[in-house]
Ligand binder design. Structure first.
Ligand SMILES: [Zn+2]
Ligand SMILES: [Zn+2]
Length: 233
C-alpha cells in the first residue's frame, strides 16, 4: 500500500506493477479495480494496515471487464459484504458472463487467449452501470473506448488524480499497449484526448504512477497522440 495523493492509496496486487486503488470517502471506501484471484487477500492486508476492514468498502468501480482486473471481484464482493459494483453499461454483460466475448479483442492472439479457463472469472451479476460523466463517490467517469468498448477512466476531482486503467500503460514509458488485446485499437487515440490534461497525478493499472515533475512524461505522451490525430484528420 503506497500513498498516491491525499486520500488515495495504490495497492500493488502482483509484483509492484499491477495496481488497484483505494479512495477514502466521507462514507467509507471506494476501490478502483480488483486484480487476479489473489488480489482480495492483498487488498484485505492493505485495508487492515490502514486500520479499516473490507466491509468499509462501499463501492467497487471496474475500469473494464478484463480478467486481470476482475478475476478476484466475486470473492472481494462476498468478503466486502455487498459493496456496490460499478461498470460501464457496455460491459455489464461481460461481467455477468465471466469472460471477454469474441468481439472484445481485435486480434487473433487476443481471441485465442480468451479461450483459456485461466482468463475466465466467476460471473458477477447486477452491477450498477455507469456512462460518461457519471459520478461514483468522489470520482468522475470518463468513457474512453478502444482498449475495450466500455473502458472508463476515473478522475478524483478533489486531488485532480486520474486513474487511467488500461487506457495507458506505463511499463517503461506511457504507451497504448498491445493492439491485439484491444477491442478497437484505432479508437484509442481519440479516447485519450477526452481525458482532462490539468491533472496532478496519474495512476496506471499497469506501471508506476506519475506525479510532480515526472508527470510531464504523461503530458508529452498525450501531446504526441494529439499530433498524430491531427495528422490523420
Ligand atoms: Zn485490459
Ligand atoms: Zn489490465
Amino acid at each position: 500500500m503506497i500513498g498516491l495523493a491525499p486520500g488515495i492509496v495504490r495497492i500493488p496486487t502482483r509484483g509492484d506493477g499491477d495496481n488497484c486503488f483505494l479512495i477514502e470517502e466521507d462514507d467509507g471506501l471506494t476501490l478502483v479495480d480488483v486484480g487476479w484471484k489473489n488480489a482480495p487477500t492483498v487488498i484485505r492486508q492493505a485495508v487492515e494496515t490502514a486500520g479499516r476492514t473490507l466491509t468499509d468498502i462501499n463501492r467497487i468501480v471496474i475500469t473494464h471487464a478484463h480478467p486481470d482486473h476482475v478475476r478476484g471481484l466475486a470473492e472481494l464482493v462476498a468478503r466486502a459484504g455487498g459493496a456496490d459494483v460499478f461498470i460501464h453499461e457496455l460491459e455489464e454483460r461481460w461481467l455477468a458472463t465471466g469472460r471477454v466475448p469474441r468481439h472484445g479483442r481485435s486480434g487473433a492472439l487476443g481471441r485465442a487467449i480468451d479461450h483459456l479457463p485461466l482468463l475466465h472469472w466467476q460471473p458477477v451479476a447486477a452491477p450498477r452501470t455507469v456512462t460518461d460523466g457519471a459520478s461514483v463517490g468522489s470520482l468522475r467517469v470518463i468513457h474512453t473506448p478502444g482498449h475495450s468498448p466500455g473502458h472508463i477512466v476515473l478522475l478524483h476531482e478533489p486531488t485532480r488524480t486520474l486513474l487511467v486503467g488500461d487506457a495507458v500503460f506505463h511499463r517503461s514509458k506511457p504507451a497504448l499497449g498491445p493492439a491485439a488485446l484491444a477491442a478497437d485499437p484505432a479508437a484509442r487515440p481519440a479516447s485519450l484526448l477526452r481525458m482532462p490534461r490539468d491533472v496532478h497525478t496519474v495512476g496506471f493499472a499497469h506501471g508506476q504512477p506519475l506525479s510532480g515533475e515526472r508527470i510531464s512524461a504523461f503530458h508529452d505522451f498525450l501531446q504526441a497522440i494529439a499530433a498524430g490525430e491531427a495528422r490523420h484528420a
